[in-house]
Ligand binder design. Structure first.
Ligand code: ZN
Length: 503
C-alpha cells in the first residue's frame, strides 16, 4: 500500500517537473518574433556557411617563408569565455544578434591552446607567463626574465646574469632587426617587462619598490631603470604606454600634475633623452596623443611615449583627445619599425582586460578586448601575410563565466533569462569570485577577482602559422615565433623548411 502511494507520488512529481533537471526546457516561452531570422532557419544557410568554411581552408597555402616581421599581441587575462563574450558584444554594437560576429584574429588560419601554469603555480600571474611567452622558459610566479632558480623577492639571485633569460626581442636585435613595446598599462608592468627586464619581483617598477623588499637597487636595478639604461631596453626603438611615475622622482610632477615614484631623485625620462642625444640619434619623448600623432608620418628613430602617470585609462573612460588608443599606438609602432628592412619584433599588449576582470567590470573587459581586436586589424592591414607573422594570445585566464540559458541575441551585458532557485535572476556574465560574485554563505568574500587556470587560445597568421596548432606549453611560443623568423639560439625554419641549428 505504502509502496503504491510512493510510486504514484513519484510519477506525479516526474510529470510536474521538467524532463531533465540539468537542461530545463521551460525557461522561455517566447513569441516567434524572437526566433532566429528566416535565413538562419533554412538548413541551406548553415550548409552554405560550412562550404564557405571549407573553401576558405582549401585556399590556405602552406607558408614556408621566413617571418621577417613578428608581432605578438597579448590580451592580459583574455580567457576563452572573454573572447566569446567580446565578439558577441562587438556584433551587438553593430546592430546584430552578436554571437555570429568575429574578432579580427578569429579569422586567422591556425589556432591552438597554451597551458599557462608556472613552475610553482597552478594558476599563473602575468610575470611568470611573460617569462614563458617572451623568453621561452617557465619560471616562478611574480618573477620576470629570470630562471626557475630565482625565488620571488630574491635580489641576489636575480642579479646573477647566469640566472637571466633573454627574450625574443633580444634574438631579433641580435639578428639586426628592431624591436618595440606597446601597452595600455605602465610600460614597466609585468607583461611588457618580459621583453627587457630581469627581476625577482614584478613590483620592482621603481627603486623604492626594490627597497621595500629590502633589496639594493644598485645591485637589483628596478624595471624602469633597466628599460632606460640596460640592453635590450635601451635598444628598443618604440616604447609606448603609461607609467610616467616610475621614471620621475617623488618630488617631481609630471605634465599632468601627478607625482613621480622614485626615491633616487633621478628623472629617467631626461636620462633616456640624454642617452639618445649622446648617441646622436633622432629621438622624441611624447606624453599626449597630439604629440604622438605629429610623428605618425615620420617617427624619430627612437620614440618614448608615456601617456599617463600610471596605467592608461580604460578605453571607455579615457580622454580621447589626450590618450591614444591601442590601435593608434600600434599603427605608429609598426610604421616606425617597418623602416628596418631586416624586419622587427613588436610586442603589443591590451593590458587592462585583466584589470577590468579583477574589478568585475565586465563591460570594460570586453571593450578592452575589442580594442585589442582593433589593434590586430591595423596590423593585418599594414603587414603582409607573406613575410609577417602575427600571433595573438593571452597570458592567463580569468574566472568570468558565460552562463545561463540566455536567448539568442540577448544583451550580453544583461541579466540571464534563467533564474536561481530563489527566483533571483543573475548576469549572463558572472564571476566565480571578486566583488561582483554572489555573497558566500559565511558572508565573507574577497574583494578582487582572480586569474583562472584554464588554457588560453593562440591565433596565428603568416609564415609557419601552422606551427601554432595543438595544445602546448606557453613557453613554446617564443621558440615557435623564432623558428618562423629564423632568429635566436634554437631551431630555425630558414626558408623552404630546412630546419637547422644556428652556430
Ligand atoms: Zn591580473
Amino acid at each position: 500500500m505504502h509502496a503504491l502511494v510512493l510510486l504514484t507520488a513519484v510519477t506525479a512529481l516526474a510529470r510536474m517537473t521538467v524532463s531533465d533537471r540539468y537542461h530545463p526546457d521551460e525557461i522561455r516561452r517566447e513569441p516567434i518574433s524572437r526566433m532566429a531570422p528566416p535565413p538562419e532557419r533554412d538548413p541551406s544557410y548553415w550548409i552554405n556557411e560550412a562550404e564557405a568554411g571549407i573553401r576558405e581552408r582549401l585556399r590556405r597555402r602552406d607558408n614556408r617563408n621566413v617571418a621577417r616581421n613578428i608581432v605578438m599581441f597579448l590580451g592580459d587575462g583574455m580567457s576563452v569565455p572573454t573572447l566569446a563574450a567580446a565578439r558577441t558584444l562587438l556584433g551587438q554594437r553593430q546592430g546584430r544578434r552578436g554571437e555570429e560576429a568575429k574578432l579580427a584574429f578569429e579569422t586567422f588560419p591556425t589556432t591552438g591552446f597554451s597551458k599557462t601554469y608556472c613552475l610553482n603555480a597552478q594558476v599563473a600571474d602575468s610575470a611568470c607567463t611573460a617569462t614563458a611567452y617572451l623568453c621561452g622558459v617557465k619560471a616562478n610566479s611574480g618573477t620576470v626574465g629570470v630562471t626557475g632558480d630565482v625565488p620571488r623577492y630574491d635580489c641576489d639571485d636575480s642579479a646573477d646574469p647566469a640566472n637571466h633569460v633573454d627574450s625574443i626581442a633580444v634574438w631579433a636585435l641580435e639578428d639586426g632587426r628592431d624591436a618595440g613595446v606597446v601597452t595600455t598599462t605602465r610600460v614597466t608592468h609585468a607583461s611588457p617587462a618580459g621583453v627587457y627586464a630581469h627581476v625577482a619581483n614584478r613590483h620592482w617598477e621603481s627603486d623604492e619598490k626594490v627597497r621595500d623588499d629590502r633589496g639594493d637597487p644598485r645591485r637589483c636595478p628596478d624595471i624602469a631603470h633597466q628599460l632606460v639604461h640596460r640592453s635590450p631596453g635601451n635598444r628598443l626603438k618604440v616604447i609606448l604606454g603609461g607609467g610616467r611615475k616610475e621614471f620621475l622622482p617623488i618630488d617631481e610632477y609630471d605634465e599632468e600634475g601627478f607625482p613621480g615614484a622614485r626615491g633616487d631623485n633621478r628623472n629617467l625620462i631626461k636620462e633616456w633623452q640624454a642617452n639618445k642625444q649622446s648617441e646622436g640619434v633622432s629621438h622624441a619623448y611624447v606624453w599626449n596623443k597630439q604629440q604622438l600623432m605629429n610623428f605618425s608620418s615620420s617617427p624619430p628613430k627612437y620614440l618614448l611615449g608615456l601617456f599617463k602617470n600610471s596605467h592608461m585609462h580604460f578605453h571607455l573612460e579615457a580622454n580621447q583627445t589626450t590618450e591614444p588608443t591601442l590601435a593608434e599606438m600600434t599603427e605608429i609602432a609598426i610604421k616606425s619599425l617597418s623602416r628596418n628592412k631586416q624586419g622587427f619584433f613588436l610586442f603589443v599588449e591590451g593590458g587592462r582586460i585583466d584589470h577590468a576582470h579583477h574589478d568585475n567590470y565586465v563591460h570594460l573587459a570586453l571593450d578592452e578586448t575589442i580594442e585589442l581586436s582593433k589593434a590586430v586589424e591595423v596590423a593585418k592591414k599594414l603587414l603582409s601575410e607573406e613575410d609577417s607573422l602575427i600571433v595573438v594570445t593571452a597570458d592567463h585566464a580569468h574566472v568570468m563565466t558565460f552562463n545561463g540559458y540566455m536567448e539568442r541575441g540577448g544583451d550580453i551585458l544583461g541579466v540571464s533569462d534563467d533564474k536561481d532557485k530563489d527566483g533571483i535572476p543573475y548576469m549572463t556574465l558572472s564571476y566565480s569570485n571578486g566583488r561582483g560574485a554572489r555573497r558566500q554563505l559565511n558572508g565573507v568574500r574577497v574583494n578582487s577577482e582572480t586569474h583562472g587556470g584554464d588554457d588560453v587560445g593562440v591565433f596565428a597568421r603568416g609564415p609557419h602559422h601552422d606551427m601554432f596548432s595543438g595544445v602546448y606549453e606557453q613557453s613554446q611560443l617564443p621558440h615557435l615565433m623564432a623558428y618562423a623568423g629564423c632568429i635566436g639560439p634554437g631551431l630555425h625554419a630558414c626558408g623552404n623548411g630546412c630546419d637547422k641549428k644556428r652556430p
